[in-house]
Ligand binder design. Sequence first.
Ligand SMILES: [Zn+2]
Length: 496
Amino acid sequence: MPKIEANSVNYNSIIGSDFKNVASSRKGPRHHSPLIISIAASLIGVIIVSVVLAHSNQSTLAKVNLSNTAVNSTAKEIPLAQKTVADRIENQVIWIAEKPTALSVATFAAEELALAAEEIQAMPVVTPLEEVTRVTIEVKKGDTLSSIFSELDIHTELTRLLNLGKDAKPFKKIYPGQKLHFLFGASGLNTIELEKSITKSLFLYRNDESFIVEEAHRELNKISQVATGTINNSLFLAGQNAGMSDGLIMDLAGIFGWDIDFALDIRKGDNFTVLYEELYLEGEKVRDGNIISAEFINNGRQYRAFRYTDSHEKTEYYSPDGKSMRKPFLRTPVNLARISSYFNLRRKHPILNKIRAHKGVDYAASTGTPIMASGDGKVVHRGKKGGYGNTVILRHGNTYTTLYAHMSKYAKSTGVGSSVRQAQIIGYIGSSGLATGPHLHYEFRVNGVHRNPLKVKLPSAKPLPDSEMDRFQASIQPLVVQLDAYTQNALVMRDL
Ligand SMILES: [Zn+2]
């Protein structure tokens, strides 16, 4: 009995590609030799194995006669008419791949067994080879859609693609690193897949003189993770020691950044516990997901934050009592700066050399570093202001004003009277006015009185409305239990 191996068989070459021949050949009784039936059984095995492979690992499918659509688990009905290449067997395979239940595979196997055996008898010994070839192009710098289509010698298809109008838009914005898959059958280009992201693909199925466009999504699996660490030097080092990615450390700093100044307030022995998601695709980690809850102990004081999506689909981090972690004011209106001068009512001025109250905080950074609005507000002054140089003053409601001096230039759309959002860029660091070097001079006034921006008690965010509290408490309860367990455990580990 001949041994048939999955890799060496091209079943189309034996079965043939013309379904009509098969159909007409079914009339009348037939004798099925055991040999042919066993070959057919092996072939069906190959097909089923291929389908399973297609689901488990797309990249192993170099020359398996399957349309790429079979791999795309969420793609809906694919009109059979557009399958210019596929013969009937292939269509069956695709159908199974879309609904891969054990039952359907088994039913298919039984029905096709008899049919395939008949086909083998009906076909001439030599039939033209028909295969679907898959070509993957990774976009390189300088590539254009036109250059790629020319390279593949399918320039006429480009016109059809561009005729799709707005559906073709994502194809016009390809960028280096992105992948395009082309499937070719006997009659030419069959399917184009553009990987828009790791979870999103855009499929173009060839249909007469045009394409049918379909977007498909792959779901990422979320797996909960926990990281815990104690700070010796910096949050960054402690986070890295705890196995956290840089992005995750930044997220953690971002959540607590309104309460804790990570440049000034951090003490040796501060510690943190973070519950977060890791996102997986087909068993491989893709990236970190969201922080679900976290605890930070700063100088003996406990801060906790929980991610919560309210009944209006708005997601934020909240303290256990339902107050947003996000405060109406940023403590520091500039990132990547160091404090070069503190709030001091009896400071000797570095240029004037006289005792002159320093009613703000200076942040030194290179010229051009962006300056952010520390809170939502309205621009009430923008222009030169004596020794302050180029200055912006914001009003935040009736109680608060903030001032930003020595700017090198202003940001667009921040003229007097315009509204700005918290963290919106309002200008750039410079040394205009009386300044020894590029820095931001920042002032914070409460009811017109200068206050130390680093010490002033910032107003807290509005808590969740009463109507939301029960839902919030119910939602965070399991996270509180989890966090308690992990922090207890971490405490025990530290004391050992
Ligand atoms: Zn200053």
